[in-house]
Design a protein around this ligand. Structure first.
Ligand code: SF4
Ligand code: SF4
Length: 200
């Protein structure tokens, strides 16, 4: 996975995994394996396709705090919330970060809904994750993805204007992942005090 920091993947691994032998631990792979024990297919399938990590972010140089914006990476498809060229993403977007079992524990800018971040912190996946629901659309219907919430593409927003696009919702988890969770685009409470470091 990756991300603009990170992202993207195919959401199918679980169903294609061979059935465990009799007597084996029948919990789904993300509950019985550590991140480093997962196969590549399992690892990729952890991405729920929310697209939140592909939003540009700002970092307060004094506090290190991350601020999300609703400005999308140039390669993000605003409707599918997937990367338009996942295979070549790092050639086209040099600051796109490839997530690994090692760096995911150090990265502080992943959204709180991100499956990689949740598992790295010993938590479980939410009901709307495609691996749990069996439906790739639940990440959208539950109000988790960026669909309908992107305000601009990064190619149209100069660095000095990016803080005008700060929003808080990418850093929040809708109440219990309720299907009724509202999207909304609330402006962040506070803007970075110092000149932000642009991250996408
Ligand atoms: S290149 Fe952009 S859209 Fe593609 S995975 Fe990276 S951050 Fe997301
Ligand atoms: S934030 Fe969403 S799109 Fe990005 S890596 Fe995590 S689950 Fe995938």
């Amino acid at each position: 996975m990756i991300a603009k920091p990170p992202r993207k993947p195919a959401s199918a691994a679980a169903s294609s995994a061979p059935a465990p032998p009799a007597g084996a631990d029948e919990r789904p792979f993300w509950q019985r394996k550590t991140l480093s024990e997962m196969t590549d297919a399992e690892w990729e399938s952890l991405c729920d396709g929310c697209g939140r990590c592909c939003l540009n972010k700002l970092e307060d140089e004094d506090t290190g705090r991350t601020f999300f914006t609703d400005v999308a990476c140039r390669l993000l498809d605003w409707n599918t919330c997937r990367c338009k060229d996942y295979r070549n993403r790092q050639k086209k977007v040099p600051d796109c970060v490839r997530l690994t079992p090692r760096n995911v524990r150090r990265i502080v800018w992943l959204p709180p809904t991100c499956a990689y971040d949740l598992l790295a912190k010993g938590r479980d996946l939410y009901w709307w994750h495609p691996l749990v629901s069996g439906d790739p659309d639940t990440v959208h219907t539950a109000g988790i993805s960026v669909r309908g919430r992107v305000r601009a593409g990064e190619e149209t927003v100069p660095d000095e204007e990016l803080e005008n696009y700060i929003v808080s919702w990418p850093g929040q988890v809708p109440r219990s992942g309720s299907k009724a969770a509202a999207p909304g685009r609330k402006p962040a409470a506070a803007a970075p005090a110092k000149t932000p470091v642009r991250r996408s």
